[in-house]
Design a binder for this molecule. Structure first.
Ligand code: ZN
Length: 403
């Protein structure tokens, strides 16, 4: 039977089914380029007959070991092991859900897409009774919470009035599953002074608020646990539409952003002018530095990230690169002319720099290349981010008992 699966399943996966009332799990694990199979019935491993071929191997045993650890740790904390069904990699299938100090919590092994890097780690989701925006700010600025986050290398991924999601990036070969659970326990203790457990007796879909107790369920919306009724798909579509409307109604702050951006650009490009003065050598000022400072300043001015604001940031960065390089060349020349300031000579020099200067050409060419690439990437990630916001990923956690 296992051999047949091979024909059409060539990716890591887990399949849950039932054999005469006994829960069974068929797993397919990838090792180098070949596949391993394992079968669990009633949680016990059944050796599969692979016609002389060894089917069960290192990847499978590693997976089962980790799985057992999650089950045991979950049990110790009163959490149920509920693996996800929507992943292609066994390493990211583990998940526990339940209550710690009455809070609904979920711990999940996951990958987080951060810009163009994929980080492997853990998501912690915590649900609490509704809080106001000031409380959210207090949580963000809480000293003890930020220390715990720093100690365990975790950060706030999302926070809303009714829940939050943390991402923890464990130290490789150091942080164990035990540490992951401990980190979350520490966090819950620290946040307990700000939030209390939610009652979870009403559908959170607006304007539903249905309280017909039995049909409420936990739905993960982009990883954030939300209590919804059977109409959850409609509710989530509404949430996406609301987010889209809010996004379009948010002011773009383009003028303020541009002014701040100019300030940032100057701060990001002018310090490099000091280099020729101190070291008596000139380097081109690449746009990457003014760009970083420009974007920080524009973010500070709450500029909406869109095509136009990204374009303005890129243009400012280009100006920063040219301006910084030009002033560096002038500073270099002045330093070697005993700082004697002659307007006529300066004008001639400016003309020479603009017409033919290898350093200026390097600065411009390299900056175009970098800015072009970053612009494409930024546009792409913004598009992805908005898509996630307007059309969130959803997963229903079936038959999890609410209060
Ligand atoms: Zn509802």
């Amino acid at each position: 039977m296992v051999e047949k699966w091979h024909e059409f399943l060539d990716k890591e996966s887990i399949h849950n089914f039932d054999i005469d009332g006994h829960p069974a799990v068929l797993g397919i694990a990838l090792r180098m380029s070949s596949l391993e199979y394992f079968l669990l019935i009633d949680g016990k491993l059944v050796e599969a007959d692979g016609k002389g071929k060894k089917l069960f191997g290192k990847s499978s045993s590693q997976f089962l070991e980790t799985r057992q650890k999650w089950i045991d740790l979950g049990k110790a904390k009163g959490l149920e092991y509920r693996p996800t069904s929507n992943t292609k990699q066994l390493a990211y299938i583990h998940r526990v859900i339940g209550r710690i100090d009455d809070f609904l919590v979920i711990i999940q092994a996951e990958k987080k897409q951060f810009r163009d890097v994929e980080l492997s780690g853990f998501f912690f989701s915590l649900k609490y009774a509704s809080i106001d925006p000031e409380r959210i700010e207090k949580i963000k600025n809480d000293q003890i919470i930020s220390e715990i986050c720093k100690d365990w290398q975790m950060g706030l991924d999302q926070i809303s009035p009714t829940g939050l999601v943390l991402f923890m990036k464990p130290v490789p070969n150091e942080d164990t599953e035990e540490d992951v659970f401990e980190a979350f326990s520490d966090f819950i203790k620290a946040i307990s002074i700000h939030v209390r457990p939610a009652m979870e007796e009403r559908c959170e879909g607006s304007p539903c608020g249905s309280s017909i107790g039995q049909d409420l369920q936990v739905v993960l919306v982009n990883g954030m646990p939300i209590i919804l009724c059977q109409e959850y798909e409609k509710h989530i579509t509404d949430m996406g539409k609301k987010a889209e409307l809010e996004y379009h109604e948010t002011p773009s702050n383009l003028l303020k952003g541009t002014l701040y951006g100019i300030g940032g650009m100057l701060l990001g490009s002018l310090p490099w002018v000091v280099i020729p003065v101190i070291f008596n050598t000139v380097y081109p000022v690449f746009a990457i530095f003014p760009l970083a400072a420009t974007q920080l300043a524009m973010n500070y001015a709450k500029t909406k990230r869109n095509f136009v604001s990204l374009l303005i940031a890129s243009m400012l960065a280009m100006v920063g690169s040219i301006l910084g390089t030009y002033l560096s060349l002038i500073a270099f020349w002045l330093r070697n002319h005993s700082w004697i300031f002659d307007l006529e000579q300066l004008r001639e020099l400016t003309q020479r720099i603009l017409e033919d200067s290898r350093i200026m050409n390097d600065a411009i060419n390299f900056s175009w290349l970098i800015l072009g690439l970053l612009f494409i990437l930024a546009t792409y990630y913004r598009h992805k981010e908005l898509k996630r916001l307007f059309h969130p990923e959803i997963e229903v956690i079936p038959s999890f008992k609410l209060h």
